[in-house]
Design a protein around this ligand. Structure first.
Ligand SMILES: *Cc1c(COP(=O)(O)O)cnc(C)c1O
Length: 432
């Protein structure tokens, strides 16, 4: 009935989330409000870890891609689950450090890392830096030399497999701002350069082929290409790359149209490819890293809003406006991403209406969905948008000087604030 199995309807006809009444949570904490199911987040981490145990002899690390949802508590949860984390900015590194997350289990990404950020990563001992380009490689070697450090690095490679949702293409795909292309020889050249550098410890290669992917084939193809690259690096430089980072991108269920693959299936098939190719090329079986972001937190979150106005435009559409919108979830405005919605206080009623859900910003494109099936909405109803755990809070803004909602975590039948709601004073804090 719902896209996540932590959602249900109680005897009052209200939507429940992790067993708690979402209408009560809306009253207690106010709206708009992000809810995150901590137990489900932890369960996803464990499923990924178990699949590595089962199919890859535990020779791997699950690195949560924290750009999907970054706040101190999520790093504490990842630490307690024994996961690594991906970071893509000095801000994410800082947030995770301030939550007590160990730097050695961080991976630092980015196509344009500043000197300040690289120095910060070196100073705090970030475990792996994924180097994106030659300028960065040289800069890092110099900064590491100056700091008396020798960072462990992986090279970001474009494997020439580009996948999104239900389609993938194998092309030259050299038109990406991320990484070194294999086709042009620059990826091999980068390994040659890195191997010569005194202050760099080159250990592996990284790729990330897209997001919200439902097929295992593109991942297998990418793994195959990456092993081929590792073979070439070995032949050309003598360096044996011992780590392979296969990125994230596993799809989740936003609406009934989406059919995600079980994690275990993915790991089983990938490990077969990796082991087989390693044997074929006479290379050691590499330590693997995977970087799920969306699939760890996405299905574990919902957002609840209060319905303000309803506007019926005959023969055109019905607008239902809520007290949030593109400020807390810009994904429809950015990509026309589809979401399921439910009226939390009328969850037992049929969805006999089709509406456009509008936000409160001064922007016609400020929508959370069009042609969304919904119960009949009236002013004062509580509307829940489902599967908003990833790329919502982390992409939120203060446009129109809206205040960012609180995040409330739900676990074992209890709720607690993990990110406070912004106040008016927060909005003017940096204004002179
Ligand atoms: C965004 C990103 C991820 C996570 O992608 P998801 O689709 O959220 O799983 C992992 N690795 C890298 C390098 C990324 O840029």
């Amino acid at each position: 009935m719902f896209v996540s199995n932590n959602l249900a309807v109680n005897e009052k006809g209200h939507l429940t989330f992790g067993g708690l009444d979402t209408v009560d949570l809306a009253v207690q904490y106010g709206t708009p409000l992000y809810l995150i199911d901590e137990d489900m987040v932890r369960d996803h981490c464990r499923q990924y870890k178990q699949s590595i145990e089962e199919y890859y002899d535990g020779k791997g690390l699950v690195c949560y891609a924290s750009k999907a949802l970054s706040c101190k508590e999520i790093y504490r949860i990842m630490k307690s689950e024994g996961c690594g984390v991906d970071t893509v900015s000095i801000g994410e590194i800082y947030t995770s450090l301030s939550a007590g997350f160990p730097a050695r289990d961080m991976v630092f990404h980015g196509n344009n890392k500043t000197e300040e950020a690289l120095s910060f990563a070196l100073e705090h001992g970030v475990g792996r830096i994924v180097v994106d380009n030659l300028t960065e490689l040289k800069k890092l070697n110099r900064l590491a030399g100056e700091a008396g450090k020798k960072p462990t690095i992986l090279l970001r490679v474009k494997p020439g497999v580009d996948a999104h949702t239900h389609s993938f293409i194998r092309t030259g795909q050299i038109d990406s701002k991320f990484g070194f292309a294999i086709e042009t020889g620059e990826a091999l050249e980068a390994a040659v350069e890195a191997a010569k550098m005194e202050h760099i410890n080159l250990v592996g290669a990284h790729c990330h082929i897209g997001s919200q992917i439902f097929d295992i084939d593109p991942f297998k193809l990418a793994a195959e290409v990456m092993l081929g690259y590792m073979k070439d690096v070995h032949e050309k430089t003598g360096v044996v790359l011992t780590e392979l980072n296969l990125g994230g991108g596993f799809g989740i269920k936003y609406t009934e149209e989406d059919a995600p693959v079980p994690y275990a299936d993915y790991m089983k098939q990938i490990s077969d490819v990796v082991k087989q190719k390693a044997a074929e090329y006479g290379l050691p079986v590499p330590f693997i890293l995977i970087e799920p972001g969306r699939s760890i937190v996405g299905p574990a979150g919902i957002t609840v809003y209060t319905v303000g106005t309803r506007k019926e435009i005959p023969n055109i559409r019905n607008y239902v406006s809520v007290d949030g919108g593109m400020c807390d979830n810009p994904r429809y405005a950015l990509y026309q991403s589809k979401y399921d919605a439910v009226l939390a206080n009328k969850a037992d009623q049929p969805k006999d209406d089709v509406v456009t859900i509008a936000g409160e910003c001064c922007e016609s494109g400020d929508l959370l969905g069009e042609n969304v099936p919904l119960q009949h909405a009236e002013s004062g109803d509580i509307l829940a948008v489902l599967a908003t755990g990833a790329y919502n809070y982390s992409m939120s803004s203060n446009y129109n000087r809206n205040m960012k909602p609180a995040i409330v975590a739900v676990s074992q039948g209890e709720s607690r604030v993990i990110v406070k709601r912004e106040t008016l004073d927060d909005l003017i804090r940096n204004d002179i």
